[in-house]
Design a protein around this ligand. Sequence first.
Ligand code: FEO
Length: 389
Amino acid sequence: MKPVKITDNIYWVGAVDWNIRNFHGYLTQKGTTYNAYLIIDEKITLVDTVKSSFFDEMLSRISAVVDPSKIDYIVSNHVEMDHSGGLPRLIEAAKNARIITSPNGERGLKAHYKADNWDFAVMKTGDRLDLGKRSLTFVHTPMVHWPDNMVSYLKEDKILFSNDAFGQHIASSECFDDEFPFDIMLEEAGKYYANIVLPYGSQVHKALEALTGLDIEIIAPSHGLIWRSYVPKIVKEYEKWAANETEDMAVIVYDTMWNSTERIAYAIQKAFDDKGISTKMMNLKTNHISDIMTHVLKARYICLGSPTLNNNMLPTVASFLTYLKGLAPKKRIGMAFGSFGWSGQSVGQIEEVLKEAGFELLNKVSIRYIPSEEQLQEVTESLKKQLVR
Ligand code: FEO
């Protein structure tokens, strides 16, 4: 297992998880990496570790550069186990290492690993750690992704170790943004933001403000590839996403029993089409909720449809709504629709959740049994009238 040199005396020593396809409910069709970074200076420093099952892979990369027992500092930017899982065994190998973390990081690591005898040094925002020729400065970034998160900035090499921020779930033998298809990287960065970071837009905004003024040439996240050629581009995307900026686009999400709700979905699509608004049709039987969120990140309009089954919306729709509500996109316009046989509660239930989520609402559509061509045309025309352009 070879380390990858990032700049002089700084190495990527993480692990590549080619096989993971579900990351706590998020489909990771391209796998992922757990990135750890080794800085060789007077004080030898490791920034983050890897998921516990990948410890040997990380250790073999570290060992190709330096004897692990010589590590002085282990920076733990984030407690979640995909980054701290390797710590207990690493502490065994690097017995004299101090763990550098945030106050919540110390509490979280102690709670996770019953690590009362580990040697912690707790950093506040702005604290500096002297490594010799270099120094690391720390900035707390709470809720990007857990309360403990912080980022570490290596001023002399202009590298930001950003942990979860700016990550993408991509397994790759390449290490840098200019070695990989950029469109795929950007899409995966968006999917990552939509499924992990989206609820914390205001915290992302604060974190970006705190980083303003730092001269950053490289962003080294804890998942996926390292940004070195497209740093301004990904920062700009994060600013946009954090501000909940959307595009003229509609995501039409639905499930259907006998295709009536699906026919309404296509009538809705026609209205957007006629108005020149781009659409994504997302049948919940064939699309995973985490993939739908990638489109929700950009879409101004979110239309959600379900027939009524046993006085309720379909379970697939309820599941998506729960996920959507938790991820809390803002500044969106919602619309509920569906078909029913006799009781017809689903559309009202969907609309209630969209309202609670703070969405502006378009008129709901609820049609009994099979919609006629005239009814479908009416759905299209009525929606077009609401889409004033
Ligand atoms: Fe990649 Fe929040 O852990």
